[in-house]
Design a protein around this ligand. Structure first.
Ligand code: SF4
Length: 428
């Protein structure tokens, strides 16, 4: 099989992994080397289905010995198999970089033989790139669940970001759909990464020349909709992952049907991409706006598809509004729909000089068409006179019923599903 054919197969197989943001790396280029993760980072783009991808996002192999029911590369799937040799992939990456096709590498793999064996082959690619070919560009490496600590250490010393997929929101889901993976085998390398990063920070305090360990930190990805787990459960788990493992990002990936299994949703039951979108909005609220998972899902275990989670919370809490834009503190302003982190800070700075009106806050970046229902300006309120929740929801909605940005067609993952899906074999 030619390298080009392998690239077709393994690039296609990698598209299901959503976690490929390059933010946070400070790896500098060096004289005589290739690339610079600090200046350019991974070349971001958005796939047709809304996922963030890089130009070289590829699997080392799709020849998996595991049989996760939700995965196109599972052992029992009828699909063409391919594997790169480490040197082949390293040289391909460097060549693509030289031609300016890519600015980094996102490398994952099916489990070939065993988790450790797979990690050794992936690390061999990174070693060739970093040590022989002088590649200084961004690298995100997927750590295989069950990999040993020494291999995790080696991976983190070569990659900018490392990540272990949490896969499913519940242990029960793993038992049903990915029986060769356990929560323990996933969480152990996550904990290794957290601990090795801490140790690395200490080493670098003592020795200025100590090498960096995964400077862009770790992230993870969760499949949404393959199991009946609720958005509340997903958000509570995300919050715990941020807290416990110092994750940079938790990515959500709407389940795309690739096989039949008694525990999977039927092939025609698509997970709306809007659900994935709402989870990202809720994740943002938890990380930057001071919301907790409990607050976001206090009324319903599922997020509202018609309203973004911040608007939904504000509509549920009329007793908290309106607030005066000229006196509210930062935490209060951050809870106002239409007010972002930057615009809230700008409001605080601007009102030291003068009292703000509607046009002032518009200029500061506030989305006034939303904020106007929750703010007063020098005591004046320009929102609804009625206290009808239904009316307010109608003004704020961005879901399908409100003719929001995503069309109904866009609300399901765009992927061609074969008419007759292969059945998933009994997982061993
Ligand atoms: S381990 Fe599971 S999810 Fe990963 S490639 Fe193999 S079958 Fe797919």
């Amino acid at each position: 099989m030619t390298t080009a054919e392998k690239l077709c197969i393994l690039g296609e197989a990698a598209r299901y992994d959503a976690s490929c943001s390059s933010s946070g790396s400070g790896r500098q280029g060096r004289s005589g080397g290739l690339g610079n993760a600090c200046m350019a980072g991974l070349c971001h783009t958005w796939a047709e289905d809304g996922r963030c991808i890089s130009l070289l996002k590829v699997l080392m192999s799709n020849d998996c010995v595991f049989d996760c029911a939700y995965c196109a590369s599972r052992r029992s799937a009828e699909t063409r198999r391919a594997s790169f040799e480490p040197r082949e992939l390293a040289e391909l990456t460097a060549e693509f970089y030289r031609r300016n096709y890519i600015e980094g590498l996102f490398l994952s793999s099916a489990v070939v033989g065993s988790p450790d064996r797979t990690m050794e082959r992936m690390i061999a690619v990174l070693r060739l790139l970093r040590e022989e070919l002088g590649f200084c560009g961004y690298i995100h490496l997927k750590v295989i669940p069950g990999a040993g600590e020494e291999l995790v250490r080696a991976a983190g010393l070569l990659a900018d970001r490392v990540s272990v997929n949490i896969e499913l929101p519940s242990e029960n889901g793993l038992k049903l759909l990915a029986p060769q993976k356990t929560r323990q085998r996933i969480l152990t390398p996550m904990e290794d990464i957290r601990w090795l990063k801490l140790q690395n920070a200490e080493d670098r305090r003592r020795y200025r020349g100590a090498p960096l360990f995964a400077p862009a930190g770790q992230s993870t990805q969760m499949i949404v909709g393959a199991t009946p787990d609720t958005d509340r459960k997903i958000l509570l788990l995300s919050a715990a992952l941020y807290r416990r493992y110092e994750m940079k990002r938790v990515y959500f990936s709407a389940y795309v049907p690739v096989g039949r299994h008694p525990s999977l949703p039927p092939p025609d039951a698509r997970v709306p991409l809007r659900r994935e979108h709402r989870l990202y909005q809720a994740d943002w609220l938890m990380r930057f706006y001071g919301f907790t998972a409990d607050e976001i899902t206090e009324d319903d275990d599922q997020l509202d598809l018609e309203l973004d989670p911040k608007c939904a919370w504000a509509v549920r809490h009329p007793e908290q509004f309106p607030v005066e834009v000229n006196t509210a503190d930062l935490a209060t302003l951050l809870r106002v729909p239409g007010v972002g982190v930057k615009s809230a800070r700008r409001i605080l700075a601007a009102r030291r000089a003068r009292r703000l009106d509607v046009e002032d806050v518009r200029r500061l970046g506030v989305v006034v068409k939303r904020a106007v229902f929750f703010l007063t300006f020098g005591g004046r309120f320009y929102g609804l006179k009625s206290d009808s929740r239904a009316l307010l929801r109608a003004q704020l909605g961005d879901g399908p019923a409100a003719g929001g940005q995503m069309t109904l067609e866009e609300c399901v993952p765009r992927i061609s599903v074969p008419a007759a899906l292969p059945a998933v074999g009994a997982a061993g």
